[in-house]
Design a protein around this ligand. Structure first.
Ligand SMILES: [Ca+2]
Length: 237
């Protein structure tokens, strides 16, 4: 309970309670976009588990546009658009692709002005599904992905709720899981992943928090400074 209260207090101090970011950053998914781009739900694999009171396994489910096409050009240094979230909006480079809202909000110190926030809006409980964002990226030769993460959780393990990042295919299947954890680490931590083995392919890059809607625990994640770079120098114009 102590962590949940602390997390809620932190989110409120960073988030809309103090200063509302520019734009409609705390609104949920755009319903018209969801209607246009709705894809068939993924098959749900039910796994036999020991019952845990109030908990239930929920599978990841992502809602993605029909077209998977990277927007950043190969001549860019960073093949992720708006990797800093400094526009104060999700829809600059990213889309909400979970079943629950994700937010851009004022981040913890050293995040710049804004960071991606995944979790419940008030920091209480777990999202009932997936709170996260996607961006189509084409993986270059010698690819290295880096991101700064600030993660809060009071889960004993990552069975029912977790922070995660993945590369997804066009149907929302997880091709590469970059991490899946219930970390409680209230400091910015830099993650780095060598993606050279996937060069030449285009995926949805996903960052988010998964949960089962349980009210008595909390899992949250802030993300900023997302960069995807390759070994080749940018092409001259
Ligand atoms: Ca930022």
């Amino acid at each position: 309970m102590e962590l949940a209260q602390r997390a809620e207090r932190l989110f409120k101090s960073w988030g809309p309670a103090r200063r509302k970011p520019r734009g409609n950053t705390l609104e949920g998914s755009n319903p018209s976009l969801s209607a246009i781009f709705l894809v068939a739900p993924l098959a749900v694999a039910l796994v036999a588990q020991t019952p845990s009171p109030g908990r239930h396994i929920v599978s990841n489910r992502f809602v993605l546009p029909a077209i998977l096409k990277a927007t950043a050009t190969a001549s860019s240094d960073n093949l992720v658009s708006n990797g800093n979230f400094e526009g104060g909006k999700i829809d600059e480079g990213w889309i909400e692709c979970g079943t629950q809202p994700a937010y851009v909000t004022i981040g913890p110190a050293r995040a710049g002005s804004f960071a991606l926030y995944s979790g419940t809006r008030d920091g209480r409980g777990e999202p009932d599904g997936d709170s996260g964002v996607c961006q189509a990226v084409r993986v270059p030769a010698g690819a290295v992905l880096t991101a700064e993460l600030y993660q809060l959780s009071n889960e004993p393990d990552a069975r029912f709720a977790y922070q995660e990042a993945d590369l997804l295919d066009q149907r929302g299947n997880i091709v590469v899981n970059l991490y899946r954890a219930a970390n409680d680490s209230p400091r910015w931590t830099r993650g780095s992943w060598n993606l050279g083995a996937y060069a030449g392919n285009t995926y949805w890059l996903y960052f988010g928090v998964h949960g089962d809607g349980y009210a008595k625990a909390t899992t949250q994640q802030f993300v900023t400074k997302v960069m995807l770079t390759g070994s080749a120098s940018p092409r001259p114009e």
